[in-house]
Design a protein around this ligand. Structure first.
Ligand code: C5P
Length: 236
């Protein structure tokens, strides 16, 4: 498996064009931050944006949240794996069978593969919507933990979850099971549209292995200094 250092700050490249993304990355004189490419940038620019950013020396979390029939997800994962990304994800709601198929597709002929992470319940989904619209009658914590267990059973490496859920996931699935957590804000900045936020230091204490940080860094007056502050708070 591709070895990814456990514990890092992942910068969400939520930009509409490659030009915007490169202009942002060009501001970093030394560091090559681990970056997240999501649907917006990927759908705008296609796989070439992944190749280019990889060639610039960055690790990449490709956040496309796959969810389809097992065979389709397996085939798509094979394509993403060939792009040499370091981390990809899917929806645990696609079932254990789909997650196992994804893992198969992701594994390269030489046995290496990117980390595979499952989305449990999106943090934008309220417990009320989950119960009334999706007819999932368990509580949100029960659902998140069950989805995490399903992902572990399927052989995945971890889950995307709220930093406030990371400790419970670790308790249920063990310390080695990775938690990747968005919803990070500094104590002295705005929460934007994130409802449940926490600081890098508290996320670390709660058991987050990777924090995903977007606007606090990308929209900062000095993104490089802000990234450094984030790394310092998270890793020390
Ligand atoms: O700007 P901000 O730090 O809120 O960005 C967080 C990033 O993490 C965004 O790219 C967002 O799509 C992603 N994300 C999230 N909550 C989830 C899953 C992904 O905020 N549950």
């Amino acid at each position: 498996m591709t070895v990814t250092r456990k514990g890092d700050v992942i910068v969400a490249l939520d930009f509409p064009t490659a030009q915007d993304a490169y202009a942002f990355l060009d501001r970093f004189p030394e560091e090559k931050p681990f970056v997240k490419i999501g649907m917006e940038l990927y759908y705008a620019e296609g796989p070439q944006i992944v190749r280019e950013i990889k060639a610039r020396g960055h690790k990449i979390f490709l956040d496309l949240k796959l969810h389809d029939i097992p065979n389709t997800v397996k085939s798509a994962m094979r394509i993403l794996s060939a792009l040499d990304v370091d981390m990809v994800n899917l929806h645990a709601a696609g079932t254990t069978e789909m997650m196992k198929a994804a893992l198969e597709g992701l594994t390269r002929p030489d046995g290496t593969r990117p980390l595979l992470i499952a989305v449990t319940q999106l943090t934008s989904t309220s417990e009320e919507a989950m119960q009334k619209e999706l007819l999932i009658h368990a509580t949100m914590p029960e659902t998140v933990l069950r989805y995490a267990q399903n992902a572990q059973l399927a052989g995945l490496d971890g889950v995307v979850c709220s930093p406030l859920e990371a400790a419970a996931v670790k308790q249920t699935c063990g310390q080695a099971f990775l938690t990747v957590t968005p919803g990070i804000r500094f104590a002295d900045t705005a929460a934007d549209d994130q409802a449940r936020v926490t600081t890098p230091a508290i996320a670390r204490e709660g058991g987050s292995d990777f924090i995903v940080v977007g606007r606090p860094i990308t929209r900062a007056v000095d993104p490089v200094a802000t990234y450094r502050r984030c790394v310092k708070e998270f890793l020390s």
